[in-house]
Every structure is written in structure tokens, then in C-alpha cells.
Design a protein around this ligand. Structure first.
Ligand SMILES: Cc1cc2nc3c(=O)[nH]c(=O)nc-3n(C[C@H](O)[C@H](O)[C@H](O)COP(=O)(O)OP(=O)(O)OC[C@H]3O[C@@H](n4cnc5c(N)ncnc54)[C@H](O)[C@@H]3O)c2cc1C
Ligand code: SF4
Length: 605
């Protein structure tokens, strides 16, 4: 195994040494209610009814720009100065890091036992400035992949904040609560509460110890293709001015070549979508998503149990719930998750989280405390039926959330992401040992996912989330049946549309006035995400050609970071506020990767 500094990473190293322009100049997101400095007027209002159905309901899909797949999959060879990798993991989250660690372990064991594989250059490309800064989760973690990767490490040395003690599931009304039996998939005995940022940072240290090359601050902008084969990736350039021209401190894109690229870019990854379009692969159901908004609170009293709630303040036609997790003595994680198939255009997930904090349950936990971090992120919720029909191809594998490996009934994705990374590593290792990582050799990965533990869990609970498409109470009944019959009833596929095709009744949304102590405006909240985007960055969001007032109203409520607003001349896009949750890409303007290090700087999310 070569050391992490032996490859010629000079373009990347040079870039890393470059002072981050603008990071210290954050004028936009000061705490308070100031208007961001870079309003970008996108469109003028047009009196369009074409975004609505016959009942006057908005259909976001009708306005959504086409997915620009050609931007993310380019038929070009890596340039002459490309950084040569054998295996490249795109995304330094749990999937990418577990995969890189397992591959490095296998290569080391092979070398120590006199194997012939030789050295391998393993790389991880991560868009955040430091590992973990773009990672957000609940999180209660199933520790099984940690036992696999670190069999000699006692659990007390793993990056967890405490074993789950008690747990409760509650049905909330505006002022009351009723305890429900904990559904079997939601039982957390043996699991651990943790900060995903801390877990990822810890995994990064282990990967580096094994000689993995970690390139932080480098978003992959596109796959490089030779015919059908993925031969590397191209990063985003940095230092572009507002109009997209090279500005001071400009650094062009860097190419990295790889024999195998593993896409671990998380939920709603555009490279994954482009590759699927490229090879014409689909899934039985389209992927559907939820948006989670989370806050970390320092509190005077420790919490000793995991709490999940259903019901208030969600309307009956939206799927979701809240959580309260203990994070050690002084810290508590709270959050809300809502399916992006919600039916009212004025529903606002950030505001629902603000509202729920007025409930006696939440107030009791947070009383006397302080909100110290805020963030938001999407989750793939489609489960078994939405897994891409191919997770492997020539020079490519897909792992973790990028492949949709989340089990919504148990609210788990981290250990599935890690296990999928481990399976990817084992498949690549075997293919390399056998000679070449051909598409056929890599296709063993599909079987490992579908026919192994991940596939078994997702298949057994394949309809539990989808059952709620027909309403909360019928969904609850079908879920009980599904658990009782091991997933056999309802057994057949419940077909669903993509979220953007779901018609929305036009509603104004409830008025909300943050008090700055327990409840926060979106701008205040973005400030607490540590957003490090420079103010004069070009917009990375592709807006529709035309918008209507009702449509922009939907975007305004959908976006937890206050990126969209209606101005005198049409829609204003405050692109630097974006914290990369990717909800916009599900329902509205398209999200694309931007300059490395932009976005949130989560520390303990
Ligand atoms: C609100 C919320 C609560 C959750 N709660 C739980 C829970 O309690 N327990 C649980 O097990 N799971 C939970 N999950 C799910 C879990 O967090 C995910 O399943 C898991 O993080 C997926 O890991 P991943 O590595 O596939 O993707 P991610 O964790 O999303 O990591 C992807 C990484 O890739 C990077 N990246 C993305 N695009 C690029 C690019 N183009 N170039 C370079 N880098 C890129 C990102 O910055 C990130 O670091 C929750 C998720 C959310 C959103
Ligand atoms: S613009 Fe889109 S990706 Fe960015 S924070 Fe808003 S909804 Fe999320």
C-alpha cells in the first residue's frame, strides 16, 4: 500500500493550500433578519395555469427544468495531468469511508500474506472542506459495520455518544401526548446515539492511517466516460465570479482517473442519476424523498431516552414525524422528517420544527437550553422498489443513499450505507485479484446487496412507507399487517409517482414569528449551519424558464434555508444561503455541485 502522499496530487494539494476566499467575509448570514446580499432575479411572473391541474392544484413537475444529464456524464478521457487512482470513492460519508477502509484492509492483508495484487491507490473525493461538515443524520446507529471493520476496538472507543437506554413512541396533539407501543422495526436496543459528523471524522482518521488519499474540498462535477465505461471524474472549478468567469484565485477543474469509481454521493446524487440515464437503467418505482430539519440544543438536564413522535403538528395528508435523541450529558438532537409528497403548497418543514418546540414535551426537554446548530438534508424513502435496477457497471458501483439503501420503518441508513461500502470494496478486491474489474466481475455487487442482509431488510418492509400514500390511518393499519406477516401483506408493489408529480392544494402557509430564543427564522437558522459559501459565487441552481407566484410560494416554503423568495420583478434566488439539502432538486430548481467548501460547516450534526 502506498502512503497517502506518494501520488502526484499537486493540483489538489496546491488548491488545498489556497486561502478560502470569502469564508471570513461572511456578511450575508449574520444572525438577525438581514436580507442576503446576492439577490438573483431569475424570472418574471407569468400568468401561467399550466402548472396546475383541472382542480387548480399545483404540479411542481410541470415547471421543473429537465435533468441536465449531459452536464454530469461527459464522454472525455481524463486529461494528461489527471491524478491517477485505482479506486475512487466519490463522497466521504459513511458509505465511502467504510468502503475505502475495507478495501485498504483487504489490500494490506493480501500484501502481508504474500499476495500479488501489489499497491493500490485508493482515493476519497469529498466536497466539504473537512470530513463530516456536510453530513447530517439523527442519529441512532446500528453498530454492526463498526464491529466488522474494527473487531479489536472496544465499543467505548467507537465514536458514539451513548447506548440507547429507554425509548418511547408518542402520538402528539397540540397540547397532549399518548404513548404508543413501539413498532418492532423502531426498537433500538443495542444501538447507539451519535453525531454523524463525529463518526465520519473518526472514520476519516482510520482511513488515513491505512493510507487512503482523502481529498476534501473537491466536489465531483461529472463522470468521465469512455464508451460505456466510467474512467474517472472531473471536479468543479473554483474561484469563478458571479457571472461564471474566472475571478481572482481561479483554479480550473481537476481530473482524477480511476479503474473503478464508487458513487457514494448521498441522497439525490446527480452523478448517479446521470449514469442511470446514460445506461438506460431505471427502478420499479421512482425514488421518493423526505426532508429532515434538525437542531442541536445544549440543555441543562440530560435526556436518558430516545423519543419518536407522530401526529401534530403535521397535517393528516403528510407523512412524517419528529425525534428527540440524547447526545450525552449536555446535548440533545431534535428534528422533524416530512415526506416531500406533502399535499399543501404552504407546508414548511422548517416552520413545523419551530412550531413543535412549543409542545410541552419538547419545551420540557429544551427549557433553559440553547440552540447551537441547525441543518437540513433529504432522505431517500422509496425503499426496495426504488433501488436502481443496476448498482454496477463498467468501472462503476453505487453505494449508500445514492443507491437508496434506507429503511424508513426503522429510520436507519447509516449501517446500510457502511455495509454497502464494505460490499463494494470486497467486490472490487475480488475483481482486481481475478485480473480486471470488468463490468461482469463488478456485477457481483448487485447480488451482494439484493440477496444479502440489506436486501432482506428492505424487501421485508418494502411497502410500509408506501402504504401511507393512501393516508395516515390506512397506512398505519397496513404497516401493522406488514409487520405481523413479515412483509407478505400487503406484498405486491404499491406503485407511486415521483414527488414532483404529486398535486398540491395551493395554501398560503401559517404565519410564524420567531422569538429568537426557542424559535428561529430561516436566516438565523442558516447562520447556525456555519454556512461557508462566499457571497459572490455563481448560482448553482437551475431555475425554471417561467414561474408563477403560487409556484414560488411553494419553493419558498419548501426550502429550509430561505433561498427562494418573491420580489417585485419575479423570483429571487439567494444561492449562497443553500445548505445542499437537495430538496430543491426533488420539487423545483435543479441543484448542481458548486465550488468546494461551499455550503454548511456542520460540527456535531
Ligand atoms: C434528518 C435525517 C435523520 C436520519 N436519521 C438516521 C438515524 O437516526 N439512523 C440512521 O442509521 N440513519 C439516519 N439517517 C440516514 C443516514 O444519515 C443516511 O442513510 C447516511 O448518512 C447515508 O450515508 P452515505 O454515505 O450514503 O451518504 P451521506 O451521509 O449523505 O454522505 C455523502 C457524502 O458525499 C459528499 N458528496 C456529495 N456529493 C458529492 C460530490 N459531488 N463530490 C464530492 N463529495 C460529495 C457529501 O458531502 C457527504 O459527505 C437520517 C438521515 C437524515 C437526513
Ligand atoms: S436551495 Fe434547495 S438544496 Fe439548497 S437549501 Fe434550499 S431546498 Fe435545499
Amino acid at each position: 500500500m502506498k502512503g497517502s502522499r506518494k501520488v502526484d496530487t499537486s493540483p489538489i494539494a496546491e488548491h488545498l493550500d489556497r486561502p478560502r476566499k470569502g469564508a471570513a467575509r461572511r456578511g450575508v448570514l449574520r444572525s438577525g433578519f438581514e436580507c442576503p446580499a446576492q439577490p438573483m432575479i431569475s424570472n418574471r411572473e407569468t400568468p401561467l395555469d399550466s402548472f396546475k391541474d383541472a382542480q387548480g392544484r399545483l404540479i411542481p413537475l410541470r415547471a421543473q427544468p429537465e435533468f441536465p444529464s449531459a452536464k454530469f456524464a461527459i464522454r472525455e478521457a481524463p486529461d494528461e495531468e489527471a491524478v491517477p487512482m485505482d479506486v475512487l470513492f466519490v463522497g466521504g460519508g459513511p458509505a465511502g469511508l467504510a468502503g475505502a477502509i475495507e478495501l485498504a484492509r483487504l489490500v494490506r492483508a493480501d500484501s502481508e500474506s504474500g499476495g500479488t495484487l501489489g499497491d493500490l491507490e485508493i482515493g476519497i473525493l469529498e466536497k466539504a472542506t473537512s470530513l463530516g461538515e456536510h453530513c447530517l443524520s439523527g442519529a441512532v446507529i446500528n453498530p454492526s459495520p463498526f464491529r466488522e471493520l474494527f473487531p479489536d476496538t472496544p465499543v467505548s472507543d467507537l465514536p458514539f455518544r451513548g447506548a440507547v437506554g429507554g425509548e418511547r413512541v408518542l402520538m402528539l396533539t397540540a397540547n397532549g401526548q399518548r404513548k404508543l407501543p413501539t413498532p418492532p422495526p423502531m426498537r433500538n436496543h443495542g444501538n447507539h446515539a451519535a453525531s454523524l459528523c463525529e463518526v465520519v471524522s473518526w472514520l476519516g482518521d482510520r482511513a488515513e492511517e491505512l493510507g487512503v488519499n482523502i481529498f476534501t474540498g473537491f466536489p465531483a462535477a461529472a463522470l468521465l466516460l469512455d464508451g460505456d465505461a466510467v474512467v474517472g471524474v472531473r471536479t468543479t472549478p473554483t474561484g469563478l465570479d458571479r457571472d461564471g468567469n474566472p475571478g481572482s484565485g481561479y483554479m480550473p477543474a481537476t481530473d482524477l482517473s480511476a479503474r473503478v469509481t464508487v458513487l457514494c454521493e448521498g441522497c439525490r446524487g446527480p452523478l448517479t442519476a446521470a449514469w442511470m440515464e446514460e445506461i438506460g437503467a431505471g427502478s420499479q418505482n421512482p425514488q421518493i424523498y423526505a426532508l429532515g430539519v434538525k437542531e442541536l440544543w445544549e440543555v441543562p438536564k440530560p435526556l436518558d431516552e430516545v423519543i419518536h413522535t407522530l401526529g401534530w403538528p403535521l397535517p393528516g395528508d403528510a407523512f412524517g414525524g419528529t425525534w428527540i435523541y440524547p447526545m450525552g450529558e449536555e446535548l440533545v438532537s431534535i428534528g422533524i422528517v416530512v415526506g416531500l409528497d406533502y399535499r399543501q403548497s404552504g407546508l414548511d418543514v422548517h416552520e413545523l420544527l419551530q412550531r413543535v418546540k412549543s409542545h410541552p414535551l419538547f419545551r420540557g426537554v429544551l427549557e433553559g437550553g440553547e440552540m447551537v446548530e441547525w441543518g437540513a438534508k433529504t432522505i431517500p424513502e422509496g425503499g426496495w422498489w426504488s433501488i436502481p435496477e443496476r448498482l454496477s457497471g463498467s468501472g462503476l458501483l453505487i453505494a449508500g443513499d445514492a443507491a437508496g439503501l434506507v429503511d424508513v420503518p426503522s429510520l436507519k441508513g447509516i449501517h446500510y450505507a457502511m455495509w454497502s461500502g464494505i460490499h463494494a470494496a470486497r467486490t472490487i478486491f475480488e475483481a482486481l485479484k481475478a485480473g480486471e474489474p470488468t463490468a461482469e466481475a463488478l456485477s457481483a455487487y448487485d447480488g451482494r446487496i439484493r440477496n444479502g442482509d440489506i436486501g432482506r431488510d428492505l424487501f421485508r418492509r418494502r411497502n410500509m412507507r408506501l402504504a401511507f400514500k393512501g393516508g395516515f390511518w390506512s397506512g398505519a393499519l397496513k404497516s401493522v399487517l406488514s409487520v405481523a406477516t413479515g412483509g407478505r401483506v400487503p406484498g405486491g408493489r404499491i406503485a407511486v409517482d415521483e414527488d414532483a408529480a404529486e398535486p398540491r392544494t395551493v395554501t398560503a402557509g401559517e404565519t410564524f414569528s420567531p422569538d429568537g430564543k426557542y424559535t428561529f427564522s430561516k436566516l438565523d437558522a442558516v447562520f447556525r449551519s456555519g454556512n461557508a459559501t462566499r457571497d459572490d459565487i455563481p448560482s448553482h441552481l437551475i431555475a425554471p424558464a417561467e414561474v408563477s407566484r403560487d409556484l414560488v410560494n411553494l419553493y419558498e416554503h419548501m426550502c429550509p434555508a430561505g433561498v427562494y423568495e418573491w420580489g417585485e420583478d419575479g423570483m429571487i434566488i439567494n444561492a449562497p444561503n443553500c445548505i445542499d439539502c437537495r430538496a430543491t432538486d426533488v420539487l423545483g430548481p435543479r441543484w448542481t455541485p458548486r465550488e468546494g467548501g461551499s455550503g454548511p460547516s456542520y460540527k456535531r450534526m
